[in-house]
Design a protein around this ligand. Structure first.
Ligand code: PLV
Length: 320
C-alpha cells in the first residue's frame, strides 16, 4: 500500500505506560519500526525515489549505514528498477543479507558512511544511476514530514516535546518541517545522538558545521561525520535541544525497551529511548529547559534492521 508520498504506512502511535510512569507524564511512541523497510527511512526515501527515479529509471544507488539502503532497495523493488547499495564495513552482516533479500546489489566500501557515499556519487555519475542520499535532500525531508501529519491527526493535544535520533539530520529536518506545517513549530524537539556519533551536537557546540575525525560509537547508523547544513540551521531555533547519551546508556535503553515494550531496536533508535530511561528529560526539566509537568511526550521509535539477538550479545562486549 502506498500513499501520495511513497511506500510507507501510517505507523501506530501507542502509549507507553511504563515510560509514562518513569516520567510522570504521558509518553507516546511513534512506532516507525513497523514500517515495511524496518525504519522511518521509507517515508522520505520512498518519496524521493518516486519523484526522481520512477519505474522508467535505469536504477538507483544509495550510500547507507543500512536503513536508508533498505528503504531504497524496498522502493526500487516495488518500482521494478535495479538498486545498488554501498555500505561501509561497519554495517552488520545481517543488514547486507536483508539488502540482498530485497534484490539489491551490495558493495562494501570504506570504514564509515562518508567513504561509502563517495563511491555512490562516483557510481551514479559513471553508470547514470539516480543517486539516493540517505538524509540530505528536500524531498527526503518532505517525505519524513508525513510522520508529523499523522501525529496531528491522532494526538488529542499538541505534544509537550518530540524526541528523535540524529545521524545526518534528515529525520530532524523532516520533523521540523512537519511541525511547522501543522502549527507546532514552537514545540521543543530533543535531538539525541550517541557520544562518538555526535556530529550535530559538535556543530551546536562549535557554532558551525564540523566534521568528526571518526565515528567511534557502536550506533553506526548514526554515523555521519558531518550533519547536513539544513539540520544545523534548524538547530539554531530556540525550541531545539541537542543532547548525548553513551553507547552503554543506549544499550541499557534497548534492553529496557525489549523487556517493557517487547520490541527490539537498534542502538541508533535507543538513543531516543535513553532520553527517558537515562533521565535526560528529567535533567532538562530540573534545568528549566523543558516544562514540568510536560505535555504529552512523543518519542519517535525510528526502528532499524541492524539488530537481532546475536548482535545484542555482541553489543554487550563492545559498548562503553
Ligand atoms: C549513517 O547512516 C545514516 C542512515 N541511518 C540514519 C538513522 C537515523 C538518523 O537519521 P538521519 O538523521 O540520518 O536522517 C536514526 N535511526 C536509524 C535507525 C537510522 O538508520 C542510513 O541508514 O544510511
Amino acid at each position: 500500500m502506498s500513499d501520495m508520498y511513497g511506500f510507507h504506512i501510517s505507523s501506530p502511535l501507542i502509549e507507553s505506560i511504563s515510560m509514562s510512569k518513569r516520567l510522570g507524564s504521558d509518553v507516546y511512541l511513534k512506532m516507525e519500526n513497523t514500517q515495511p523497510s524496518g525504519s522511518f527511512k521509507i517515508r522520505g526515501i520512498g518519496h524521493l525515489v518516486q519523484q526522481l527515479a520512477g519505474s522508467k529509471s535505469n536504477g538507483v544507488v544509495c550510500s547507507s549505514g543500512g536503513n536508508a539502503g533498505l528503504a531504497t532497495a524496498y522502493a526500487a523493488r516495488k518500482l521494478g528498477i535495479p538498486a545498488t547499495i554501498i555500505v561501509p564495513s561497519s554495517s552488520p552482516r545481517l543488514v547486507l543479507d536483508k539488502l540482498q533479500d530485497h534484490g539489491a546489489s551490495v558493495r562494501v566500501v570504506g570504514k564509515v558512511w562518508d567513504e561509502a557515499n563517495a563511491e555512490a556519487v562516483r557510481l551514479a555519475e559513471s553508470e547514470k544511476l539516480t543517486l539516493v542520499p540517505p538524509f540530505d535532500h528536500p524531498l527526503i525531508w518532505e517525505g519524513h514530514s508525513s510522520l508529523v501529519h499523522e501525529l496531528k491527526a491522532v494526538l488529542p493535544h499538541e505534544p509537550g516535546a518530540v524526541v528523535l535520533s540524529v545521524g545526518g539530520g534528515g529525520l530532524f529536518c523532516g520533523v521540523v518541517q512537519g511541525m511547522d506545517d501543522v502549527g507546532w513549530g514552537h514545540v521543543p524537539i530533543l535531538c539525541m545522538e550517541t557520544v562518538g556519533a555526535d556530529c550535530l551536537n559538535a556543530a551546536v557546540k562549535a557554532g558551525r558545521l564540523v566534521t568528526l575525525p571518526d565515528i567511534t560509537s557502536e550506533a553506526k547508523c548514526l554515523g555521519a561525520k558531518t550533519a547536513c547544513s539544513q539540520a544545523f540551521e534548524y538547530s539554531k531555533r530556540p525550541n531545539i535541544i541537542s543532547e548525548l547519551v553513551t553507547d552503554r546508556q543506549a544499550l541499557q535503553a534497548t534492553e529496557l525497551f525489549l523487556d517493557e515494550e517487547r520490541v527490539l531496536v537498534e542502538l541508533a533508535c535507543a538513543a531516543s529511548l535513553a532520553a527517558v530511561y537515562s533521565g535526560v528529560i528529567q535533567r532538562l526539566q530540573d534545568r528549566g529547559r523543558l516544562p514540568k509537568p510536560l505535555g504529552p511526550l512523543v518519542v519517535i521509535v525510528c526502528g532499524g534492521s541492524g539488530i537481532n539477538s546475536a548482535q545484542l550479545q555482541h553489543l554487550h562486549t563492545v559498548c562503553k
